[in-house]
Design a binder for this molecule. Structure first.
Ligand code: SF4
Length: 378
């Protein structure tokens, strides 16, 4: 089975740290909707007729679209793809879009999972991040979704903000998240991506990133707090109550096929990866002319091995030796075991179920561990 990702490239305003492609010009909505439906027809063959297991509306801010527009997209999805076995249809939303009327209108659509960009419940954090909502709005938005029958809700949080985010503030954020009793929490460390307003502040010396010790302490308290409360730490940044692991993202990490529609969306068919242009005018022009792919890369065996390591090692299921042998052969398995040996001795990796996975301590330094396990072609 395969996944479908739909990129909705609209935001009311840009957040300080964000490097996802989006546009604040709502005048593009109607042309985008027409082009998206056309793209579906053009690209429905990409996954070779496989049934969809998941559909994910990401962005941007999909909740900038009205329920009628979202319904129109889902109707086209149903006409172009096999939804008979689809188990999860996620809509990313922002708290300030979640009025009673809007949430009720979403209930009439096939969405069964809400992913809400909360980022923080602290108003100072939210102002710094240039978010549109405040902490109270985030709480009310989650409660509203629950009251209207959405039980599968995920919230995103950000930690590691410059200076202002103390351990106490982060703990208060986590306590508030726990009070809301949502079954899924994603927590990401703030990153300074080139081209963002945050990066420009960094360049001008107007922000000081959290130091490594603070970041590790915040991550440690995240992991300890949520696992103590019964959440599975199933991927570096993701925690779920049993039965609520994100099927869509897990399929990415298992290397399953997916097709991405909309500007900047990526697609993967097991052999190659391709992505659309990150521009609304170019996307509209491309679709009118037969396609909006900006680039396609065919993955050779070492690239596929490296992707396999990066995606699997992020998860609690880790990297199975038998899978590496089956997919890449003895040379790659011997390389992996040789490279992993030192990390196993240091307790950063653990051997489990015929493979390796990151230990609790290993999660703190996952980038460094992964780097050493990657195949570098000469
Ligand atoms: S973080 Fe979300 S709401 Fe903010 S600019 Fe990025 S996509 Fe838009």
């Amino acid at each position: 089975m395969a996944g479908l990702y739909i990129h909705v490239p609209f935001c009311a305003k840009r957040c300080l740290y964000c490097d996802f492609f989006s546009n604040t010009d709502a005048g593009y909505v109607k042309p985008y909707l027409s082009a998206l439906v056309r793209e579906m027809e053009l690209r429905k063959g990409y996954i070779g007729g496989e049934a969809l297991e998941t559909v994910y509306f990401g962005g941007g801010t999909p909740s900038r679209l009205c329920a009628e527009d979202l319904g129109q997209i889902m109707e086209a999805v149903g006409q172009c793809f096999d939804l008979s076995q689809c188990k999860e249809i996620t809509l990313e939303v922002n708290p300030d879009d979640m009025t009673e009327e809007y949430v009720q209108s979403l209930r009439a659509l096939p969405f069964n999972r809400i992913s809400m960009g909360v980022q923080s419940f602290d108003d100072d954090d939210l102002r710094f991040l240039n978010r549109r909502h405040n902490g109270q709005q985030a709480v009310e938005a989650v409660e509203l979704c629950k009251a209207n029958g959405f039980s599968n809700i995920s919230i995103d949080l950000i930690y590691g903000l410059p200076e202002q985010q103390t351990a106490e503030k982060w703990a208060a954020n986590l306590e508030q998240a726990l009070r809301l009793d949502v079954p899924h929490i994603s927590a990401y460390h703030l990153t300074y991506e080139e081209g963002t307003a945050l990066h420009r502040l960094l360049d001008r010396g107007e922000v000081t990133p959290a130091d490594e010790e603070t970041s590790l302490a915040l991550f440690s308290s995240l992991r300890e707090t949520l696992t103590r409360e019964g959440y599975l730490h199933y991927e570096i940044s993701n925690f779920a109550r049993p039965g609520f692991i994100s099927r869509h993202n897990s399929a990415y990490w298992r290397g399953e096929n997916y097709v991405g529609l909309g500007p900047s969306a990526h697609s993967y068919d097991g052999e190659s990866r391709e992505w659309n242009v990150s521009s609304l005018p170019l996307y509209l022009k491309g679709i009118a002319e037969g396609g909006a792919t900006e680039e396609r890369e065919t993955l050779d065996v070492s690239s596929r091995y490296n992707e396999f390591i990066i995606t699997r090692l992020r998860t609690m299921w880790g990297v199975g030796y038998a899978d590496v042998l089956r997919l890449f052969g003895e040379e790659y398995l011997a390389f992996l075991q040789g490279q992993a040996a030192a990390f196993l001795r240091r307790g950063l990796l653990e051997e489990r179920d015929g493979g390796i996975c990151l230990s609790g301590e290993g999660y703190f330094v996952s980038d460094g561990v992964m780097r050493e396990l990657l195949w570098v072609s000469n």
